[in-house]
Write a protein that binds this ligand. Structure first.
Ligand SMILES: [Cu+2]
Length: 458
C-alpha cells in the first residue's frame, strides 16, 4: 500500500477524534508517544508526519547527573502498543522495556511508569522496543545523557543524533515496513540522512573544544562519519570511557552504537567545521558549523581519558561458560531450515512467517535462553556470522568486552558490529539478574528472526 496525501489527511482527522491526553511537552515527567508533524527535510517540503515523544523527533534530551534517578511516565497516544527501552543503561530488569519479557506492552491510551537510576556516566539513548522497525523509523527515540561529576572542560557539549529516513517525494515516511527484500538484505535503508544537533549550534570559533556525542539511531544503516575542520579523539564508545582515547578520523557506528568525541576546531574564520557521512556513492555533509572567529591562541591541553565508570570488567576467563552463537540466513545465505515458535520449518515456511534469519537454528525469541548464568559467572559468546551481511548485536542489561585472539580484552560495549563471515567473541561477567534479550539492532533483522535471550539467575 502506498501512502497518499489523501490517506494521510484521513488518518490525521481520525486522530482528532481520539481521546485527548495531557499535553506532555510541559511536563518533563511524561513521555507521550504520539503522532506529530515536523519539518524534517527543509521549508521547501511539507512537514513530515512522524511519531515522536512529546511531539519532537528526536524526543526530549534527558540529562541526569551520574547516579541520578530518572522517572518518566510513558503515555501511549499511538494507535498501537509501545514500550521504552533505555539503551545501554544497567537497569533493573523490570524497567528494561521489552514487551513480553520484562513487561506487558503499553496499549493505546495506557501508560507505564519507568523509574531507575543511572550508575554509569556517558551517552545513552531511549527508544521504542515494540514493533521497532516501524516505531523507530517513524521517530520514537531520544538521547539520554548521564553527566560525569568531573566532566572534561569543553566549550560546547553537543549531542549528534544521526538518522536514516526513507521518504517519498512529499517528504513522508515510506509506510511499507515489511519488505522481504529489505529484511533478507541489509535492512531498511533510507534515502535521507539527517543529523540533529542539540543544542542546535550553527557556528563555533576556531580553537574551541567540542564534545560531540554521536548516536546512530538508524534502524539498519551503518554510519561512517568523518569530521572535517576538527581534530581530536574518541573518548568513549557506547557510553563507556576508553582507557586510551583513539584518533577521531573516521567513525563507524552500527545501529544503536554511540561514540563520544572531543575535538578542537581547526578550521579558520570564514570556513566551516563539517560532520560528514562517508558513502560509496559520495560524501554528504550532515552538519556544517560556520567559523565565526577565533576563541584563543593558547594551545589546548591534551585530551585525556574520561573518568572510569563503576562497572566490572573482565580480568580473566577462568571458569567461564562458553556458548557459541551461530548466525545464519538472509539472502545468499543458504539456510535450509530453522525452528520458529517451537516448530521445525523449511526456509519457505519460515519466510511465510516473516522469518529470514536464525540464531543457533532458531528464528524469533526462543522459549529457552541462549545461556543461563549465575551472578558472578562469566559468559563467553563466540559469534559466528555465517551470513552475507553485517549484524549489530546488542546485549541488554550489561556491557561486554570483545575477546581478541591474543587473549586481550576490548573496550566495554553494548552493541558490536560483526561484518559478514566474521567470527568475534564477546564475554562479560554477569552482575545484573533477569531475562535479557540479545538481538541484532538492525531492526529489520530482529523483526525477521535475530533475537534471543540470556538468563542471569540471582
Ligand atoms: Cu542483523
Amino acid at each position: 500500500m502506498h501512502l497518499t496525501r489523501r490517506s494521510l489527511m484521513a488518518s490525521a482527522s481520525a486522530l482528532a477524534v481520539m481521546p485527548k491526553f495531557t499535553l506532555a511537552s510541559e511536563d518533563i515527567s511524561v513521555l507521550e508517544a504520539g503522532p506529530s508533524a515536523v519539518s524534517l527535510v527543509s521549508s521547501e517540503y511539507p512537514d513530515t508526519q512522524v511519531w515522536g515523544y512529546n511531539g519532537g523527533v528526536p524526543g526530549p534530551e534527558i540529562r541526569v547527573a551520574q547516579g541520578g534517578r530518572i522517572q518518566r511516565k510513558l503515555v501511549n497516544a499511538l494507535d498501537q502498543p509501545t514500550t521504552i527501552h533505555w539503551h545501554g543503561i544497567r537497569i533493573d530488569n523490570a524497567m528494561d522495556g521489552v514487551p513480553g519479557v520484562t513487561q506487558e506492552a503499553v496499549q493505546p491510551g495506557g501508560d507505564f511508569s519507568y523509574d531507575f537510576t543511572t550508575p554509569d556516566a556517558g551517552t545513552y539513548w531511549y527508544h521504542s522496543h515494540y514493533n521497532t522497525t516501524e516505531q523507530i523509523s517513524r521517530g520514537l527515540y531520544g538521547a539520554l545523557i548521564v553527566e560525569e561529576p568531573n566532566a572534561p572542560e569543553v566549550d560546547h557539549d553537543i549531542t549528534v543524533v544521526v538518522d536514516d529516513w526513507r521518504l517519498n517525494q512529499d517528504a513522508q515516511i515510506d509506510p511499507d515496513f515489511s519488505q522481504i527484500h529489505d529484511w533478507s538484505h541489509a535492512g531498511r535503508l533510507g534515502n535521507f540522512l539527517k543529523a540533529t544537533l542539540t543544542p542546535a549550534l550553527t557556528e563555533v570559533k576556531q580553537n574551541q573544544r567540542l564534545r560531540l556525542r554521536f548516536i546512530c539511531v538508524a534502524t539498519d544503516r551503518v554510519m561512517r562519519l568523518a569530521m572535517v575542520g576538527m581534530q581530536g579523539k574518541v573518548v568513549a564508545l557506547d557510553g563507556m570511557p576508553l582507557d586510551t582515547p583513539t584518533p577521531a578520523e573516521l567513525l563507524t557506528l552500527g545501529p544503536a552504537q554511540r561514540a563520544d568525541v572531543i575535538v578542537d576546531v581547526t578550521a579558520e574564520t570564514g570556513g566551516q567545521a563539517i560532520i560528514g557521512f562517508v558513502g560509496r556513492e559520495g560524501n554528504i555533509a550532515l552538519a556544517s558549523l560556520d567559523i565565526s572567529g577565533q576563541a584563543s591562541l593558547a594551545r589546548r591541553p591534551d585530551i585525556t581519558p574520561l573518568p572510569a565508570n563503576p562497572i566490572q570488567r573482565l580480568s580473566s576467563l577462568e571458569g567461564a561458560k562458553t556458548v557459541p552463537l551461530n548466525m545464519e540466513g538472509g539472502a545468499m545465505g543458504g539456510l535450509q531450515s530453522g525452528t520458529y515458535k517451537g516448530k521445525r520449518m523449511t526456509t519457505e515456511e519460515l519466510i511465510q512467517n516473516g522469518q529470514i534469519w536464525t540464531l543457533n537454528g532458531v528464528a524469533g525469541l526462543p522459549d529457552e535462553p541462549l545461556a543461563e548464568v549465575a551472578l558472578g559467572e562469566t559468559l563467553r559468546i563466540p559469534i559466528i556470522n555465517d551470513t552475507a551481511f553485517a549484524h549489530a548485536m546488542h546485549m541488554h542489561g550489561a556491557h561486554f568486552q570483545e575477546v581478541f585472539a591474543d587473549g586481550s580484552f576490548g573496550p566495554l560495549l553494548d552493541t558490536i558490529l560483526i561484518e559478514r563471515q566474521e567470527t568475534r567473541e564477546i564475554a562479560f561477567t554477569a552482575s545484573n539478574p533477569g531475562d535479557w534479550v540479545f538481538h541484532c539492532h538492525m531492526l529489520s533483522h530482529q523483526a525477521s528472526g535475530m533475537i534471543t535471550w540470556v538468563k542471569v539467575t540471582p
